[in-house]
Design a binder for this molecule. Sequence first.
Ligand SMILES: Nc1ncnc2c1ncn2[C@@H]1O[C@H](COP(=O)(O)OP(=O)(O)OP(=O)(O)O)[C@@H](O)[C@H]1O
Ligand SMILES: [Mg+2]
Length: 507
Amino acid sequence: MTPPQAEPAVELRGITKRFPGTLANDSVDLTVSAGEIHALMGENGAGKSTLMSVLYGMERPDAGTIRVDGREVSFAGPAGAMAAGLGMVHQNFKLFDSLTVAENVVYAAEPRRFGLVDRAAARRRVRELAEEHGLAVDPDARVGDLPVGLRQRVEILKLLHRGARTLILDEPTAVLTPAEADALFAVLKSLAAQGRTVILVTHKLREVLEGSDRVTVLRDGRVVARLVTAETTADEIAAAMTGRAVELDRVHAPGTPGDVVLDLTGLATDGVRDLELAVRAGEIVGIAGVAGNGQSELVEALAGLRPVTAGRVALRGRDITHASATERRAHGLAYVPEDRHAVGTAPAASVADNLAMGHHRTSLSSRGLLSPAAVRAHARRLVERFGIKAATEEVPASALSGGNLQKLLIGRELAHEAPLLLVEQPTRGVDIGAVQNIHDQLIAYRDAGHAVLLVSAELSEIRGLADRVLVMYEGRITATYQKDEADERSLGLAMAGGGTAPVEAVD
Ligand SMILES: Nc1ncnc2c1ncn2[C@@H]1O[C@H](COP(=O)(O)OP(=O)(O)OP(=O)(O)O)[C@@H](O)[C@H]1O
Ligand SMILES: [Mg+2]
């Protein structure tokens, strides 16, 4: 006799969800067993976040059923999903920066004593949970002061405090350093070993291969593959996602540097000092470093969003140290910010209008007025070139999936053909096929004679694209490498603050 099979933790049957002009989920079946780490993969716009929003009660499906622990459910909102034992960590964390870790974890589910919030009990509870799950974090720290990896721990602790048995994580490692991502996977594995269930949305094949038990692949809203991780390969998953073979980790030829385009001497801004750097036409200079070592501050200062406190910035020979952001753009600077939501795009404006932003003084306009026909044609060209998936060019940017919004931002800035491109995290949240496309476009941009300053947390991206690699540590450049010298080991060492000169690789 076979033992009775445990009920699946989550069972979705025939889930269909339509948005105007888009069938985001098309009769999707997904079964997630209790105690497994289940990866959900697919190209940008394949319907992953929509499916998770349906499961978590944030979107109502047009058809289909949801079972949690064998019981059919129908959620009017996330509160119902939480009560059924589901918990979701959103890409943009929903924590209160001014409250402490303990206050955030117990928020709206506080331990009480005589009707009052029992702070000592809250702190104790956080310590217990942290201890039990290997999620070390100081209960008294202010959340606003924590690095992103620790904030994510707080989000997970919050779900565990509420008794979540199934955790849904939508691209949890997109904003983490490799070390933080490894720590997260150690936690997820221990949660699964205790019988909790994890549903993980990610674009990173390595994570899926090392960290998951099974994989479901979506394409155009439908399930196209169900794979057992131990029996599959990166190539097989990539092919299922895209419907074709994908060449992973392509090697690019080096550039031919010309005149200096960006010249920094003794530059200082918040958390950055004594920076000397020249970026030439036809060259990509990559800045590697653990987040929080001054890279973002440097880029913001160059973009004109943060004051320069000492030193000089020259762009094509002109001093722009104290120029406004608009003046810099007019003098030949394009900028892809790290935060595509807050700085990069206007959510309520259409895809076409977002793509036209900053192009008012170009071929899209006559006498300062944008021509609607030119704006449409411009949008169509970029949608095609960058594979932006949108129902039409007229839908608001807020209707785009995360990765497609990123493609929009990159496309718009590259279209300026500016002599200098500042680009931060160009492929964050973008699927593997689109990563290759964006990399090819950056190389083509360089080869057309433009200068590129690239900041990325992805070492493989820096190593693949940059002609020179600089490491930033505690606000200074502590190491410089030519393209071929930048092996992963010595870069990793320099990023951790060890070694101030290129280290010989020992294999
Ligand atoms: N609120 C909305 N209104 C209109 N269309 C939407 C809305 N939300 C999502 N869509 C569309 O539904 C499709 C699926 O989007 P979804 O966000 O689920 O994709 P995804 O697989 O999570 O992609 P990514 O990897 O880029 O995050 C996309 O074509 C998207 O444009
Ligand atoms: Mg998504």
